[in-house]
Write a protein that binds this ligand. Structure first.
Ligand SMILES: CC(C)(COP(=O)(O)OP(=O)(O)OC[C@H]1O[C@@H](n2cnc3c(N)ncnc32)[C@H](O)[C@@H]1OP(=O)(O)O)[C@@H](O)C(=O)NCCC(=O)NCCS
Length: 167
C-alpha cells in the first residue's frame, strides 16, 4: 500500500502548524499524541521531507451512523437488520496556511480515502464520514462527491465509490 502520509511521530515539527482554524491547530499541538496513545484515533501527516515540518494532517477512527440517516436511495440496498452502519471517521483534515492552495489538500484527502479503502478490506466499513468544521470545509468535501447526512452536519462517501477510484 503506497501512501504519501505517515503516522505522526516525535520527529515531526508541528508546533508552528497553523491552518486558520484554531481548533484544528490546537488538536495537532496538544491532543493528537494523547488520542493516539489512548487508541481513540490515528493521525497521519504529510511533511516537508528536508525539514520534517508538518504540511498537513488528518485523523481516522472507527465510527458508525444510524441506518435511518442514510439517504433512501442508498439505504434501500442495505439489509434492514443493520440498525447501525459501520463507517470510518475522517475526523479532522487540515493544511498549514503556507501550503494551502497548492493541491496538497486534495492529495491528503485522496491519501485518507485510499488508507480507509484498504482498511475496509480487513475491517468492514460502508463509508467514509467527515464532520466539516464550517461551510467552507463543506464546500471542499462537496467538490469531491461527499453527500450530506441529514440533521448531523456530517457528510459521507460510500466505500464502494471510493473503491472505484483505486481499483
Ligand atoms: C480546506 C483545505 C483542507 C483545502 O486544502 P488546500 O491544500 O488549500 O486545497 P487544494 O489546494 O488541494 O485544493 C484542491 C481543490 O479544492 C478546491 N478547494 C480548496 N478549498 C476549497 C473550499 N473551501 N471549497 C471549495 N473548493 C475548495 C481548490 O480550488 C482546488 O480545486 P481544483 O483542483 O479544481 O483547482 C484547507 O484550506 C484547510 O486546511 N482549511 C482549514 C481547515 C479545514 O477547513 N479543514 C476541512 C476539514 S474540517
Amino acid at each position: 500500500m503506497s501512501q504519501i502520509s505517515e503516522p505522526l511521530n516525535a520527529k515531526h515539527k508541528k508546533s508552528d502548524f497553523s491552518c486558520g482554524k484554531e481548533m484544528l491547530d490546537n488538536y495537532l499541538h496538544k491532543q493528537a499524541n494523547q488520542d493516539i496513545k489512548r487508541k481513540l484515533s490515528a493521525c497521519f501527516v504529510i511533511k516537508e521531507v528536508e525539514t520534517d515540518l508538518v504540511k498537513g494532517y488528518y485523523t481516522l477512527s472507527n465510527n458508525s451512523i444510524p441506518l435511518e440517516l442514510i439517504p433512501n436511495e442508498i439505504r434501500k440496498k442495505l439489509p434492514r437488520s443493520y440498525k447501525v452502519i459501520p463507517t470510518t471517521l475522517l475526523g479532522r483534515l487540515a493544511i498549514d496556511n503556507k501550503f494551502q492552495g497548492q493541491g496538497i489538500g486534495k492529495l491528503i484527502l485522496v491519501d485518507a480515502l485510499k488508507r480507509s479503502y484498504e482498511l475496509s478490506k480487513t475491517i468492514g466499513s460502508f463509508a467514509v464520514v467527515v464532520d466539516p468544521i464550517d461551510k467552507n470545509a463543506e464546500r471542499f468535501y462537496d467538490k469531491y462527491g461527499f453527500i450530506k447526512l441529514p440533521d448531523s452536519g456530517k457528510m459521507f462517501l460510500p466505500m464502494k465509490t471510493i473503491g472505484q477510484l483505486f481499483e
